[in-house]
Design a protein around this ligand. Structure first.
Ligand SMILES: CC(C)(COP(=O)(O)OP(=O)(O)OC[C@H]1O[C@@H](n2cnc3c(N)ncnc32)[C@H](O)[C@@H]1OP(=O)(O)O)[C@@H](O)C(=O)NCCC(=O)NCCS
Length: 145
């Protein structure tokens, strides 16, 4: 199995037509995926299986933003996922490294993300990718429906 990692732009939209089960939480919404890729502050890094018709077997999504009181932008990594049959073979780390490289290339001074304290796999991945020890934080949703 040969796993390659690519950072997609809107011209790569067709790459998202062949996605393995269990990569994203929900089926892709093509119009949303296209809108996401059109925004140059959005990042979508995918891992593809080159021995299986470039099927997308993992991804990370992120947003770059410039806060009013900062001189340099920051990146928040929104989600990362690898299809179950491809886990624990280095794909997640390749994806994270590629996303962090995108952050650096675009001038970000920091990248950050959140995960659940009991997500053993995610915590191991972020540590392996060079993340600092986790800080405690609580998550609050506002239901706006
Ligand atoms: C988290 C996730 C993306 C990791 O992807 P992956 O391709 O399995 O990760 P890798 O194979 O690159 O492993 C990276 C490191 O984490 C470790 N690791 C991965 N899964 C692990 C597990 N279940 N238990 C312990 N360590 C684990 C690996 O050993 C490796 O460490 P090393 O580099 O020191 O050897 C994957 O488990 C996943 O998709 N989980 C479901 C979605 C999810 O929870 N996403 C995170 C939400 S914030």
């Amino acid at each position: 199995m040969t796993i390659a990692v690519r950072s997609l732009t809107v011209s790569d939209f067709d790459a998202l037509k062949n996605v393995a089960d269990g990569v994203f939480d929900d089926p892709l919404v093509p119009s949303s995926a296209k809108s996401f890729l059109k925004n140059q502050d959005n990042y979508l890094v995918v891992a593809v299986d080159e021995d299986n018709a470039d099927r997308v077997v993992g991804f990370a999504s992120a947003v770059k933003y410039l806060h009013p009181d900062k001189e340099k932008p920051e990146m928040v990594v929104l989600e990362i996922g690898v299809a179950p049959p491809y886990r624990q073979q280095g794909a997640g780390k390749k994806i994270m490294n590629a996303m962090l490289a995108e952050a650096k290339k675009s001038g970000c001074r920091v990248a950050w993300l959140a995960t659940e304290p009991d997500n053993v796999a995610a915590l191991a991945l972020y540590k392996a990718a060079g993340g600092k020890p986790p800080e405690t934080c609580i998550h609050i949703d506002f239901d706006l429906d």
